[in-house]
Design a protein around this ligand. Structure first.
Ligand code: PAF
Length: 286
């Protein structure tokens, strides 16, 4: 595996592969890699001859007072994991390589509506930062296909919309969430949890499963479900930002006759803000 830090070196290597007729898959990350990221790399290998991964903790997607400085950075372990996973090229730029200009006056990519709700409501500007860096990374790598975890369901929706709206010739692949045995979705931010909190954090997925069961059983009072499960999380000493039932296609509130739902949750526990989601499909009666 080669590691490069500049766009020029990245383009030289990727350009040579492309000239050779090879397909390029891209896995953008912020590092501190876990089994979920390695699953993205493994999937990427099935979709292209070459896999490029990036590690860049993107300042533009962190708000004031968020964990940009504290975000776990484990470069050596990450490089080893990517190598073991069969990555061909690691792009690990400095902030000045990605943002040579002033963050306050540069061009941003905005995906309105989808970016404003749910996590966007609690983290204003977050998805503008995500869309912008993903757009820039896409322009740098120019992949054929890019893979993202479904754990960040809203992020994936924002990226799909950006790619569609801006006619980017890139296939976006969502990869199912990798969970610990307890059901806790793998996340770099799980490292903020104490041992007791980690056990308690498994309740997030349990509430999603319970709510999914109720939807499957025919419950359609979405507001009541949302407030009841929010309350359950509060009683278990989480500080929930939201527990929301939405339509997966556009993240809008569902109608009772919809057949596809996604239940999304964001809740704080100790130092961690945890997010998770579960999709529910109602099969037609035989
Ligand atoms: O999901 C992440 O790790 C980040 O939001 C991403 C997509 C790499 C952009 O910084």
């Amino acid at each position: 595996m080669k590691t490069v830090h500049t766009v020029a070196d990245l383009r030289a290597l990727v350009g040579a592969w492309r000239a050779n007729g090879e397909r390029i898959a891209f896995v953008p990350t912020m590092g501190n890699l876990h089994a979920g990221h390695l699953h993205l790399v493994a999937e990427a290998k099935t979709l292209a001859e070459r896999v490029v991964a990036s590690i860049f903790v993107n300042p533009a997607q962190f708000g004031a007072g968020e964990d940009f400085s504290a975000y776990p950075r484990t470069p050596e372990e990450d490089a080893e994991r990517l190598l073991q996973g069969g990555t061909d090229l690691l792009f690990r730029p400095e902030v000045t390589e990605v943002y040579p200009g002033d963050l306050a006056t540069m061009t941003y990519v905005e995906v309105p509506h989808l970016s404003d709700d749910l996590c966007g409501h609690y983290r204003p500007g977050h998805f503008r930062g995500v869309a912008t860096v993903v757009c820039k990374l896409f322009n740098m790598v120019q992949p054929d296909v890019a893979l993202f975890g479904e754990k960040d369901f809203q992020q994936l929706a924002v990226i799909r919309r950006m790619v569609a709206d801006l006619n980017m010739p890139i296939e976006i692949v969502g990869v199912p969430t990798v969970r610990e045995n307890s059901g806790l979705a793998m996340s770099s931010r799980n490292g903020y949890l104490t041992e007791t909190e980690r056990t308690q954090a498994a309740l997030i997925f349990k509430t999603l499963q319970l709510a999914a069961g109720e939807l499957k059983a025919g419950e359609r009072d979405f507001a009541e479900l949302e407030s009841r499960y929010t309350q359950q999380l509060r009683e278990a000493r989480f500080s929930p930002d939201y527990f929301a039932i939405r339509r997966p296609a556009d993240l809008m509130p569902p109608r009772p006759d919809d057949r596809e739902f996604v239940i999304l949750v964001a809740a704080r526990l100790g130092r961690a803000r945890l997010i998770d989601n579960l999709s529910v499909r109602i099969e037609p009666n035989p």
